[in-house]
Design a protein around this ligand. Structure first.
Ligand SMILES: Cc1ncc(COP(=O)(O)O)c(C=O)c1O
Length: 394
C-alpha cells in the first residue's frame, strides 16, 4: 500500500483523536525506526515511552513467538504458568511491601484500579491529585488528570476529585479531609512538562499521608522500568507508595497495565469487584518476563543514568548556545527541553531531518528514547536539534 493510501485510510477509518504527523512507520530496531520509503529516524519518542528496550528486542520477539505457538489467551479465572512466572519476576523488582498486583491493559486502567481499590480499602471517596498531573483519559483517570482541554467536554466527571498546586506540601496538607482516601501523583510529571519535584517533596508527601492516614498512590506509568536511571521514579527519594500504577514498557511493547499494592489493600477487593477479560494473558506475560529479564541482566537503569547524563549535558550545551532554549530538565532518559514559545514547528522540522521527539505541553520538547540508544545516535539527535534550533533562532 502506498504512503498516500495508508494515511488516507487511517484518517478515514480511525477515530480522529490523535494529533497525527504525516509519517508512516513500518519497521523498527533498537532506537531506530524506518518509514515506508526506507528513511531512517532516531526515535526519541519510544512509542510514548513504551519501546524502552528498543523496538523489536530479539529476546522479546523470541518469547512472543514461542508463547504464541503454545497458548495466547487464558482468562484469569484459570491459572497459567506464564502469568505466575511474570508475577514472580514483577515482585522481584517492585519496592518491598508492594506484593499483590492486578493486571490490565493500559496506563489508564492501572489508574482506574488504583482509584477503586483506594476507595474500597479506606471506605472514603475523595482522591487528591495535582494541577498539571496526567493519569489517562478513561473517566476515573480523567477525573484525576488536570488539563481542561481533556476534561471539559466530558463533564460531569467522577465526583470527589480535587487538585492541589504541584510540589506544595502546605496546600496538600490543607486539602486532606476526613473524606480523603488517597493522594495520587506522578513522581516526575511527564505530560506536565518533565517536572522533577524539589528534594523534600515526595518524602514530605509520604510523611503527610502516614500522619493523616491517607493512601499514597504513585502513578509510575512513565517513570518506571529504569526510565529515570532508577528502577522506579520514587527510588530517587527512597519513598514507597501504598499503591503503584505501571504500564507502558512492562510487556516489551505489548499492551499492559499493572496496579501493584500492599497485600492488605489489594485484598480489600472481593471476587468480581474488579476484572478485565485480558488480565494477565499468557502472550503478554511471556513478553513481560523477557522484558524484565533484559532490563535486569543488561542493567538498563544504570545505562539510562549514564547515557541520560551525556544526553542532558549535550542539551545543556545547546541551551547555553541558543537564547530560545529556556531550560533543560529531567532524570535519566526522561528529558525535556523547554523553549520560549510553541514547539510544534520544531518537532516537525526535527522529523524532516530524521529525529522523532514528543511534546509535553505547549513549550516543551520531550525525549523518551529507548534505554538502549547508542551514543552515536544521541550525537545524531543533538546535531539535528542544533541545526533546527539554529534555524529557528535566526
Ligand atoms: C503518568 C501517566 N499515567 C497514565 C497514563 C495513561 O496511560 P495509557 O495511555 O496507556 O492509558 C500515561 C500516558 O501517557 C501517563 O504518562
Amino acid at each position: 500500500m502506498s504512503e498516500y493510501d495508508i494515511i488516507s485510510f487511517e484518517n478515514r477509518l480511525m477515530a480522529n483523536v490523535f494529533g497525527k504527523r504525516p509519517l508512516v512507520i513500518t519497521r523498527g530496531k533498537g532506537a531506530l525506526v524506518w518509514d515506508v520509503k526506507g528513511k531512517e529516524y532516531v526515535d526519541c519518542t519510544g512509542s510514548y515511552g513504551v519501546a524502552l528496550l528498543g523496538h523489536s528486542h530479539p529476546k522479546v520477539v523470541e518469547a512472543i513467538c514461542k508463547q504464541a505457538e503454545t497458548l495466547i489467551s487464558c482468562h484469569a479465572s484459570l491459572y497459567n504458568n506464564k502469568r505466575t512466572e511474570f508475577l514472580q519476576k514483577l515482585m522481584s523488582i517492585t519496592p518491598m511491601g508492594l506484593n499483590k498486583a492486578f493486571l490490565s491493559n493500559s496506563g489508564a486502567e492501572s489508574v482506574e484500579c488504583a482509584i477503586k481499590v483506594a476507595r474500597k480499602f479506606t471506605g472514603k471517596p475523595e482522591i487528591i491529585a495535582v494541577m498539571g498531573g496526567y493519569h489517562g483519559k478513561t473517566m476515573g483517570a480523567l477525573s484525576a488528570t488536570w488539563d481542561k482541554k481533556y476534561r471539559a467536554p466530558f463533564q460531569p466527571l467522577v465526583p470527589e476529585f480535587k487538585h492541589v498546586p504541584p510540589d506544595n506540601l502546605e496546600k496538600l496538607a490543607e486539602a486532606i479531609t476526613e473524606k480523603t482516601a488517597a493522594v495520587l501523583l506522578e513522581p516526575i510529571r511527564g505530560e506536565g512538562g518533565i517536572r522533577v519535584p524539589p528534594e523534600d517533596f515526595l518524602p514530605g508527601v509520604r510523611e503527610l499521608c502516614d500522619e493523616k492516614n491517607v493512601l499514597l498512590i504513585l502513578d509510575e506509568v512513565q517513570t518506571s522500568f529504569g526510565r529515570t536511571g532508577k528502577m522506579f521514579g520514587c527510588d530517587h527519594w527512597c519513598v514507597t507508595p501504598d499503591v503503584m500504577c505501571l504500564a507502558k514498557p512492562f510487556a516489551g511493547g505489548l499492551p499492559i497495565g499493572i496496579t501493584v499494592a500492599k497485600e492488605e489493600i489489594m485484598s480489600s477487593f472481593k471476587i468480581g469487584e474488579h476484572s478485565t477479560t485480558f488480565s494477565g494473558s499468557p502472550l503478554v506475560c511471556a513478553a513481560g518476563c523477557a522484558a524484565i529479564d533484559v532490563l535486569v541482566k543488561d542493567k538498563l537503569a544504570e545505562r539510562a543514568e549514564r547515557i541520560g547524563c551525556y544526553f542532558k549535558g549535550k542539551m545543556e550545551e545547546l541551551q547555553a548556545k541558543y537564547n530560545i532554549v529556556k531550560e533543560v530538565r529531567g532524570l535519566g532518559l526522561m528529558l525535556g527541553m523547554e523553549f520560549r514559545y510553541d514547539v510544534r514547528n520544531i518537532i516537525l522540522k526535527t522529523m524532516e531531518k530524521g529525529l522523532l521527539v514528543l511534546d509535553a505541553g505547549r513549550n516543551v520538547v520531550r525525549f523518551l528514547p529507548p534505554l538502549v540508544i547508542e551514543k552515536e545516535q544521541i550525537d545524531k539527535a543533538v546535531a539535528v536539534l542544533d541545526k533546527v534550533i539554529g534555524e529557528e533562532e535566526k
